[in-house]
Design a protein around this ligand. Structure first.
Ligand code: ZN
Length: 500
């Protein structure tokens, strides 16, 4: 059916619930592999139609989208027709991490309504370095811009730093964990389908309409080079319904997710090394590189694909991430069942966040690094060392149930001056995820000379090492070796002070 225009090229779509939505017809609408896009007059929503009538009319496609918009939608609360167990708070949280379709169109033809990406995911006029002749204005911030060689064109302020890249990595792992918890998988997770804003440390997962939905035949997605799991690439020659063909699923997302994380944190691709796999043809070489012979560039046993100029490695990302990257790209590269889950990534990234340390070198490109060896506090990006009196560490321990006086270590944090501390640093079983209610700063660290202080900002019942109440605005001195409960809350964590 034709898109009938009224005045000013405004057309009207009728949604499945019979409400009307106006959109603006343009001559050359932006066109992707599957769909083309118009916008509502206020630009708040994208109104998308399919390039091919057969896709629009496909019963599988329609069933998939109905499920995505309703039953499995983590960006709408259960009360409003979204995913089960979703509250309005968690819905609001996830609506920032996904660009999730909000409605389906029945007239003039089958289509999808999505929120438009927030403005910070578009480059502005001054996105490139002065003198670079590249028009980026209005382009969306696909991850590749920041993790490939193109990043050298970008203005410094666009690139963020190691801390903001780690922040958006946590958000991405959390988004994928949420999808997988619902039984969904992305099918084409790639640098094209995740927009990142390193400036603010945020990301958004887009192109949700080809998600793999339980009980609905998976979409036929070609995938994106470098992000297709090796087993999917290897079996592409089989027919789509041949049982030998490996189709996108959670395990294939769990290949793409660490590829993206590795790119964000180390600015290179985990399989792009010097190794030549075939001299027959480029296609053959690439097929082997990303498929049956794929070799992690940092594989500790097989160094055949290792570049000789690796300055910063997974080891520099600290023990939690090093372990998971080895699990993903050595043990799990050709064995999907061994890949870490999104939830494991989320936890490891969070623990790594607590080990961050600001670099003292004002010219350091990373500005932050993971301080994993207290006896050798050196920034791996610029070589700047840290004075031992600037190294301080807290171990967080929680009481073991049913065993009075016994404690289990649940975290460790590196301290730095003016470091903010939150509820999850003081109360057992509180995590900085979507369920976290109180996100306000409870206390902060003050570093003066060689001494360290914990200043109470809002922590109720905060205790000193001697067990005295510490009112808001007052501080306690953190002395090496001291162990004390952080507050009189029965779930309070125990703090152990450790100097480097
Ligand atoms: Zn540095």
């Amino acid at each position: 059916m034709a898109h009938k225009k009224k005045n000013n090229n405004i057309a009207k779509a009728i949604l499945m619930d019979d409400t009307e939505l106006e959109y603006v017809i343009t001559d050359n609408p932006p066109r992707g592999g599957m769909k083309y896009t118009y916008f509502t007059p206020d630009k708040k929503y994208a109104v998308q139609f399919f390039n091919k009538a057969e896709d629009a009319e496909s019963a599988q496609m329609q069933a998939r989208l109905e499920n995505i918009v309703g039953l499995y939608n983590p960006t709408i609360s259960q009360d409003e027709g979204g995913a089960m167990g979703n509250t309005s708070e968690t819905a609001a949280y996830f609506s920032r991490l996904f660009c999730w379709p909000v409605a389906l169109i029945k007239e003039p033809e089958f289509g999808v309504v999505c929120p438009t990406y927030p403005q910070n995911f578009f480059f502005g006029k001054d996105a490139v370095k002065p003198g670079v002749n590249l028009d980026m204005d209005g382009k969306d911030k696909k991850s590749k811009w920041f993790t490939s060689r193109s990043s050298r064109w970008l203005a410094e302020k666009e690139k963020g730093n190691f801390q903001t890249m780690l922040r958006l990595s946590i958000s991405l792992a959390r988004a994928i964990r949420r999808m997988h918890a619902a039984g969904l998988s992305h099918s084409d997770l790639s640098s094209n389908n995740v927009l990142i804003d390193p400036k603010t440390g945020s990301c958004v997962v887009i192109d949700i309409d080809s998600l793999v939905v339980p009980g609905v035949f998976p979409p036929e997605v070609a995938g994106t080079k470098g992000y297709i799991a090796p087993e999917v690439l290897e079996t592409m020659e089989f027919d789509f319904d041949d049982p030998k063909r490996k189709l996108p699923c959670a395990a294939t997302d769990l290949f793409a997710l660490p590829v993206l994380l590795y790119e964000y944190l180390l600015h290179r691709h985990p399989l792009d090394g010097p190794k030549v796999y075939s001299t027959v043809s480029t296609e053959e070489d690439e097929y082997l590189q990303y498929g049956p012979k794929a070799t992690f560039i940092e594989n500790p046993q097989d160094t055949s694909n290792r570049p000789d100029d690796l300055e910063v490695t997974i080891h520099d990302l600290g023990p939690y991430l090093e372990k998971l990257f080895l699990q993903a790209f050595v043990d799990g590269l050709h064995d999907p069942d061994k890949r870490p889950t999104a939830s494991q990534w989320e936890r490891a990234l969070g623990k790594t966040w607590d080990l961050l340390q600001p670099c003292k070198n004002p010219h350091c490109r990373a500005q932050w690094f993971v301080l994993y060896d207290l006896h050798n506090p050196v920034c791996p990006y610029c070589g700047q060392g840290l004075d031992s009196r600037d190294v301080m560490h807290l171990r967080l321990k929680k009481p073991m149930r049913g065993r009075k006086g016994q404690w289990q270590q649940v975290g460790e944090i590196n301290l730095y001056d003016r470091m903010p501390l939150f509820n999850w640093h003081f109360i057992a079983n509180v995590y900085p995820d979507e369920k976290m209610q109180n996100r306000s700063m409870q206390a902060y660290i003050s570093h003066q000379g060689s001494e360290w202080y914990l200043v109470n900002n809002a922590l109720a019942g905060m205790l000193s090492p001697k067990g005295n109440l510490v009112p808001v605005g007052q501080a306690v001195w953190l002395k090496d070796g001291e162990i004390f409960p952080s507050s009189n809350n029965p779930e309070a964590l125990l703090l152990e002070v450790v100097r480097g």
